[in-house]
Design a protein around this ligand. Structure first.
Ligand code: PEP
Ligand code: MG
Length: 566
């Protein structure tokens, strides 16, 4: 099934709540079969059909409200919101229209929900993630109409990892975490309700694993790692149990860790947060010990914009992030539009191979004013907030491949008094660091794309997860080269890809000479706690072992041995 080099199979998803758990997989109870169009209700029976629907919908809504009264915090709010969706006048009106038009209640529910799902998907962003909630109320009402058992959580008497295509808010809110020790979903996103509640319950959680997850059978033992976003099938039981134990000890250490980050012997490493909007920046500032922002992905602010926002409008968006860190460094990345992040006003249409196409800085090379307007907006936001050298605003360009591109970008930044940097995420940029760095004040290594392009493996492909692994020694060798040039030329080198969120890999990066690590704010304490447990020499030893490993799996296990034994 997979061409992994080891006996175990690793499937990758999006890490939401950290923690390692080893338990049997259990799948959520099946959803009802959806009815097809075709049957027509006689005109005189439609009134009764309407009543049947209203009764079923009312029953589902009041059941959810009852549960909400018994729950607390986010869980209570989510259950109440779901009940609100069942009572939504627009949705009920659409169902009733369908019944009046002759559809049976079950089919009218399906048709109305499909219409609302399309509307939510077209709106994109957070609205699109709410489509799970809509499908959930559809299934509950259909089951109620048919007199079937409510779809949802299975009854279990032992520890299990719960698997689902997507979890409904109502399912997640009712979870007993003594039994359900981990969550894995095929779909969903980091801001879906599954993710929100998993965080509240502090249960290790991985979302968006993709359809390969369906090959995991009920009862199969699985090892999940909520900080790496991995689901391993066929793991050696002894190693897996030890990994879970280690994770629990680590969780204790993490809870007690206080920044700023340094190794045991006092070598400082700046830990920064990756954010995509003001809200994420606020969470990072309030709930993590981030010393600033190391990657503000500006393109994610404009995924639903049909037109380029004006300089003033953009400045307002950027201020929302900058103002959360009034006394610290914020690294703003210029638009990384294209490929997996299409932005309507800045993405080339219909490219055959968009990951290798006009994305990132390349978009702006063909449309310089797009870049200058964005830089003007960043400069305006920083000036309006009175930011100075104590709260520096750094700007970096994605997908830089040549020294000429770096110089072009740096000149535009300098004209506006902005500190200029580049992401090192194209192998050519790492190899040409000696020519690129002299134009810049700093570089930040994007390990996600650097891995994708080094290994020639699509970062979105679950089948290629064994290749798109930043532990690949080939990737680490490019990072080593970049760090050496950075040290020689006095250019700061950071890492802002997912690699920075992996505590063991963070030690390797520190050993290679990286000065700052930027990751999702939820990962910061685990990285800080791991760094605090080792000295710089050990990090260097770990780095040397990883560089000389024959592959990613060996690199990981050699480093684990070195770091965990200290
Ligand atoms: C990266 O490529 O590592 C990176 C940080 O950028 P993004 O994930 O947004 O492409
Ligand atoms: Mg990238």
């Amino acid at each position: 099934m997979y061409s992994n080099v080891t006996n175990d199979t690793v499937i990758k998803g999006t890490a939401v709540v950290p923690g390692v758990r080893y338990a049997k997989a259990v799948w959520i109870s099946p959803r009802p079969e959806l009815p097809q169009a075709g049957e027509v209700i006689d005109e005189q029976a439609r009134e009764a059909e309407l009543e049947r629907f209203t009764l079923a919908a009312d029953t589902v809504a009041s059941r959810l409200l009852n549960r909400s009264e018994k729950a607390t915090g986010d869980a209570a709010a989510v259950l109440k919101a779901t009940a609100g969706m069942v009572n939504d006048r627009g949705w009920r009106k659409t169902v009733k229209k369908g019944i009046n038009g002759g559809h049976p209640a079950e089919y009218a529910v399906v048709a109305a929900t499909t219409k609302f799902v399309s509307m939510f998907e077209a709106a994109g962003g957070i609205m699109a993630e709410r489509t799970t909630d809509l499908r959930d109320i559809r299934d509950r009402v259909i089951a109620q109409l048919r007199g079937e058992a409510e779809p949802g959580l299975p009854t279990v008497s032992d520890r299990v990892v719960l698997f689902a295509d997507d979890l409904s808010p109502a399912d997640t809110a009712a979870l007993d975490t003594t039994y359900f020790v981990g969550l894995v979903t095929e779909l969903g996103g980091p801001t879906s309700h599954t993710a929100i509640i998993a965080r509240q319950l502090n249960v290790p959680c991985i979302v968006a694993v993709g359809e390969d997850v369906r090959q995991i059978a009920d009862g199969e033992p699985v090892l999940i790692d909520g900080s790496l976003g991995t689901v391993t099938v066929g793991a050696d039981p002894e190693t897996a149990v030890a990994a879970e134990q280690e994770s629990k000890i680590q969780a204790e250490r993490i809870a007690q860790w206080r920044g700023p980050a340094q190794t045991k012997d006092g070598h400082r490493v700046q830990l920064l947060a990756n954010v995509q909007d003001g809200n994420a920046a606020r969470l990072a500032a309030q709930n993590s010990q981030a010393e600033g922002v190391g990657l503000f992905r500006t393109e994610l602010c404009f995924l639903t914009a049909t037109q380029e926002p004006s300089v003033e409008e953009q400045a307002e968006v950027y201020k929302k992030v900058l103002e959360q860190f009034p006394d610290s460094k914020v690294v703003v990345r210029s638009l990384d539009a294209g490929s997996d992040k299409p932005v309507a006003f800045a993405t080339m249409a219909d490219e055959i191979n968009p990951a290798l196409g006009v994305r990132g800085l390349r978009v702006a090379r063909a449309n310089e004013s797009l870049m200058t307007r964005q830089l003007d907006a960043i400069a305006k936001a920083a000036n309006d907030l009175g930011r100075d050298e104590n709260s520096p605003t750094w700007v970096m360009a994605p997908m830089v491949a040549t020294a000429r591109e770096a110089k072009w970008f740096a000149d535009l930044c300098k004209e506006r008094g902005l500190i200029a940097g580049a992401m090192i995420e194209v192998p050519a940029a790492a190899l040409m660091a000696d020519k690129i760095m002299p134009h810049l004040d700093f570089v930040s290594i994007g390990t996600n794309d650097l891995t994708q392009y080094t290994m020639a493996a699509d970062r979105m492909s679950p089948q290629l997860a064994y290749l798109t692994d930043p532990w690949q020694p080939a990737v680490l060798r490019l990072i080593e080269h970049t760090c050496k040039e950075g040290q020689r030329l006095g250019t700061a080198v950071g890492v802002c890809g997912e690699a920075a969120a992996d505590p063991l890999l963070a030690c390797v990066l520190t050993g290679l000479g990286v000065n700052s690590l930027s990751a999702a704010s939820t990962a910061i304490a685990s990285v800080g706690a791991q760094l605090a447990a080792v000295d710089l020499d050990t990090c260097k030893k770990a780095a040397a072992a990883a560089l000389n490993a024959e592959g990613a799996t060996q690199a990981r296990s050699l480093v684990r041995e070195i770091l965990i034994s200290v």
